[in-house]
Design a protein around this ligand. Sequence first.
Ligand SMILES: NC(=O)c1ccc[n+]([C@@H]2O[C@H](COP(=O)([O-])OP(=O)(O)OC[C@H]3O[C@@H](n4cnc5c(N)ncnc54)[C@H](OP(=O)(O)O)[C@@H]3O)[C@@H](O)[C@H]2O)c1
Length: 336
Amino acid sequence: MWEIKLADGFTVSALGLGCSSMSHGYGPGDRDDEESAKVLHRAVDLGITLFDTADVYGPFTNEELLGRTLEPYRDRIRFATKCGLIARPDGNLTRNGRPEHLRAACEASLRRLRTDAIDLYQLHRIDPDVPLAETWGALGELVTEGKVRALGISHATTAELDLVHRVFPLTTAQYELSVWAPENGAEVLPWCRAHGVGFLAFAPIGRGFLSGKVSHDSLYTGDSRNRDPRFDLDAMQANEVILAGLRDVCARHGGAVTPSQVAIAWVLAQGPDVVPIPGTRRLRWLEENAAAAELRLTEEDMQQLDRLPSAIGEMRWDAVRPDGADLSRTARTTQD
Ligand SMILES: NC(=O)c1ccc[n+]([C@@H]2O[C@H](COP(=O)([O-])OP(=O)(O)OC[C@H]3O[C@@H](n4cnc5c(N)ncnc54)[C@H](OP(=O)(O)O)[C@@H]3O)[C@@H](O)[C@H]2O)c1
């Protein structure tokens, strides 16, 4: 797979692999570590070098899976993990950006990932109870000490990006970006571009919706998408218009490509500094998604996709209060 240079010395494959659903979030009853290991091995074969995880995925089991499965390939891959978000025993999520927590979290992630340095350490959420410069200073120290090679952040405002980048250089910023959620492309991407910071685009397939293979009835009871307003029945029906646009593009390519591939190619077309990190637990979808790196959308395709409306049903990914309450919904937990 071709590569993207995100910042000095930080080169990754055109597509990363989002690993969260292997352990967490989308139908927890469906977890299959053996199958996930096959997906991870195949991803390496396909030339994918960036593997996105977090200590809170599982919690912890996602990093463990990656650590034991990818150990033989450690010299050719990059681990991108995250810190600062904690699963409490009651299932709620809470934030912790205190230096002592981040240092301990880093040591634990190093152990689980079976490595002596984390390639990309991303602050998952900013803790409003801790001055951001203090949080970021602690992460910068981990780089200086060689435990971490580069820093990333997720869900920050551009003012927060300014602040952290002044305290210690930022290598990547991670936000949702897809055909049905294009807003961060207009709001955050220009900041990243102006500062030479790479952009990791999570949920490029709209948490599966843009594949056209997710129906309201197919979601498991525990599936986190049940708490995503975009997956309410009415919203899903309204959002079909976005899927129809993707299918039109597929038809123009003679039916040789899938809606998921078009969705991924649209993200890649946002620029040479944007890396989609689609997630899957299935070999056939991994292979399908990887092939999207070779799909070139035409000007007509892009114009049609850019004219599509954003999704109905606002998902507020940052809507987790420090006390763990999900402000976007009344549910017990929220997706990260
Ligand atoms: N920074 C953050 O706060 C944050 C938030 C969310 C996600 N992320 C990261 O971004 C990664 C990707 O996001 P995501 O997994 O939420 O959303 P996504 O990549 O848009 O979609 C993943 C969903 O689509 C399905 N899928 C994947 N490829 C498919 C294909 N070709 N055909 C049909 N269905 C397909 C997957 O099914 P299966 O799982 O069953 O294979 C899964 O349900 C995560 O793994 C995580 O690493 C970060």
